[in-house]
Design a protein around this ligand. Sequence first.
Ligand SMILES: *Cc1c(COP(=O)(O)O)cnc(C)c1O
Length: 404
Amino acid sequence: MREITVPPTAGLPLQWADLLPWGAGDFAEQLATWLGVHRVQLECSGTSALMVALRSLKRLRPERNEVIAPAYTCPLVALAIAQCGLQLRLCDLRVDALDMDAACLHLLCSSKTLAVLSTHLCGRVADVDAALQCARDVGAYVIEDAAQALGARSNGMSVALKGDVGFFSLAVGKGLSTFEGGVLITRDAVLRDVLSAVGADTKFNLWWELRRSVELLGYAALYRPAGLRMAYGKPLEQALSRGNWVEAAGDDFDDFIPQHRLGAWRQAVGSKALRRLSAFQQQTAEQAKARVAQLRACGLEVLDDIAADSQGVWPVILLRLPSQKARDAALQAHWGDGSGLSLPFVHVLPDYGCYDHVLDAARRDDVSRARDWAQRLLAISNSPWLDDVRFARVLANIQAATQG
Ligand SMILES: *Cc1c(COP(=O)(O)O)cnc(C)c1O
């Protein structure tokens, strides 16, 4: 019998009762309470939320046009910055952590800098204080990209609140999902008003809402052990058989970012699923804790939060292997067979080629350490559907690839 296809990240599965339109309550209010903030602003995607944030900051500082992001991040970030008419600059990474290098950031920051994107990659909590320090020196803002970190905390407080603005993604695979969705937060009352004024330009779009609603229904039906082979495993196998890693990792995005309202029914679905999110994240955190210990006992390098007072979330467990050869060998053994191995992103942004037209000046930024990370990172799904027996087999093969 064929084994189930494990999804690449630990997304919260939906239940049929989530799809009933009644008994939900106000999703934005519930999310605000869950996060411990006064108000959240809902958008149709994390990328759209980022665009609202960028346009808002641009209103306040119209003379500035550069946005600094880590060189290893979601290509949608580059597309969003370009669609707002801003210039991306790429910051190289630290050697010891998957976060921007403070010295590089300092060199990139100037009177042209509008914002620095401190990014909580794969649920690990970034050093927002370091980004704030560099940004404040030149009068720039900090946006926290917490797309992959809904539920992560730092010193008891949700991430995305230390910076000026923060956003979460409600896309498939990022935790709580309305198929696509985004959440904007800020603690600053002035910024909150500007975000809300800029967000008010976004209109409801029946075509997009119908499409996303059908996609959400499909997700509810297929994001289960029996459905994932068809919905995720098959297309993945096909992309890999064509040797197309960018497509296999889901890094192939259209230039155009749609912006519309997040419809009421999808909000109701999110609202009901949110009631199970804390318990699910506790379960996945415990699974991660045990598996991180197991991986470390085998001599493997596992990424954790840098600061002791941070508690990230665990959509995946991230490893840095000793070489690209070892990483590729481990991936070759298990990417296509549905055991839950994958890459957070395939390349640093300038190495995709297909995003060169939105990078422009950023193509000349030094990204050598980020490239080394991109070549050696490996993500193991932290979905509860990856059982202990199968995890042990994956672990044995990663070890063999590392030693071989
Ligand atoms: C997914 C992602 C985004 C964009 O979020 P969407 O909801 O998919 O538009 C932005 N930044 C990072 C780091 C991401 O992983």
